[in-house]
Write a protein that binds this ligand. Sequence first.
Ligand SMILES: [Fe+2]
Length: 369
Amino acid sequence: MYYRRGNPPKQAHVDIPEGTVEEEFGRRGFFGKVSHLYRSKEPTAWTNIEGELRPHAFNTEDLDGLNGDDFISGRISMLYNNDVNIQMALLSTPMEYYFRNADADDILFVHRGTGVIDTDFGPLEYEEGDYLVIPRGTVYKLNPTEESAFLVIESTGEVELPEKGMLGRQALFDVDVIKVPTPRPTKETSQTEWQLKIKRCNQITTVTYPFNPITAVAWKGDLTVWQLNIRDIRPVSSERYHLPPSIHTTFVLRNAVVCSFLPRPLETGDPKALRVPFFHSNIDFDEVLFYHDGDFFSRKGIDCGMITFHPQGIHHGPQPGAKESAKKKTHTDEKAVMIDTRYPLYLSPQAKEICQSDYWKSWMGYLKQ
Ligand SMILES: [Fe+2]
C-alpha cells in the first residue's frame, strides 16, 4: 500500500520542491513504514513550547557530583529508563576496589583520558575514543594514568553488534579490529585484602578476598570484554543520497541502539541531494546525542562534552542557517555518540538542574531568513 498526494519528488531526500522542507515520518527509527511530508514551514519554527517535550541540552562538565573520587558514587545518571541508564563518570586515580555490575552490561566510552582496565579476562590499555564493552557480571577495575572521563551506558539487555545486511560483514568495522584482553598474572604487592563491590538492584554488596580477585590465567569463548576505538569505524556515506542515521549503528541493545558519528564526506555529487538531516519527530524513539569532539556545525551553541536530548513526539532537524553553512562544506568534522531508545527516557534530577533553558529557542529564526 503506497500513496502519493500533491506533487512530492520521486526520490526522498533529493530535489525537495522549492519553498518546502522535507519531514520523514517513520516507524521503528528509519527501518519501518514511512511517509515523507513536504511542508511549507519548518515544523521546528515554533514561537513557544510549554511542557516536558522541550528539547534539552546540557554540558556534562557541569554535573553536580562529577568529582573523579569514586567510580560508583561518581557515576552520575543523566537519562534513564528500564533498558538503559546513561551516565557520566570521572576518575582521577586508580579505583581502590574491584567492581562487578550485576545489573547491566556497561559500555564505557572514553571521552578523554588514558589508563588500564583490569578485567576477569585480562587487562586492556584504553585511550580517548575507545568503547569498552563489559558484559554484566565481569569483574573490573579502572586505573587511569590520566584523569579519565567516561560516557557510561548501562544496558540491562545484552550488547550486540548490528546486522550489516547488504553492506557485508566487514563494513563499518571488521570484527577483527575489536580487541579482547589476554590474562596477565597480577603483580605481587604487600596488600593482604581485596574488596569487590557488586552492584545489584542499585545496592552495593562488598565481598572481601585474601587474594586479588583477578585470578583467571586462561579463558575461551565468545562472551568477553570488547575494546573498539571509534577511529577504526569507517562510516558509510553516499555522494548522492543522505543516508539515515541508523547506518551509523555500532551496538544494538535491548530496545536501544548506540550509533557513532564520525567525520565523513557530505553529499557533494548532486546539488539536489539533501545535505543536512531531514526534519523528524522520532515517533518511536527518544534520541540522545553526546558530542565528543570536532565541529558541530549543524548544531548551534554545542560544545564538546555536551548532551542533547530530543524526546519522542517533538520535531528536530536542521537549525536556521545549517542548510546554508552545509553548502560551503564538503565534509563533516564531528565525532559524536548517539543513543536512541524505544521507550521514553527520564532526565535525572542532576541533569534537570543543568539543562540550558533556552536550547529549544535555537530553532527560532527561520522566518527572518
Ligand atoms: Fe534525530
